[in-house]
Design a protein around this ligand. Sequence first.
Ligand code: ZN
Length: 62
Amino acid sequence: MSLRQNPLYVRYMNAFDESKGHTRTCEACQNEQACPDGTPIHERFARLQEAWNKHLTQQQRR
Ligand SMILES: [Zn+2]
């Protein structure tokens, strides 16, 4: 199964794009002072990044 077919990876990448896309247009988030709009977006990305990293670690152990 390729990466792009992995639903977790797809969600992770979508969250990454969303987070980066928001930061690009948001001065507060560029200064690492997440705004009310950006906070849930960045938190979702952080959660998915953690989940994805955990997934990779588990695969390496096999
Ligand atoms: Zn923002």
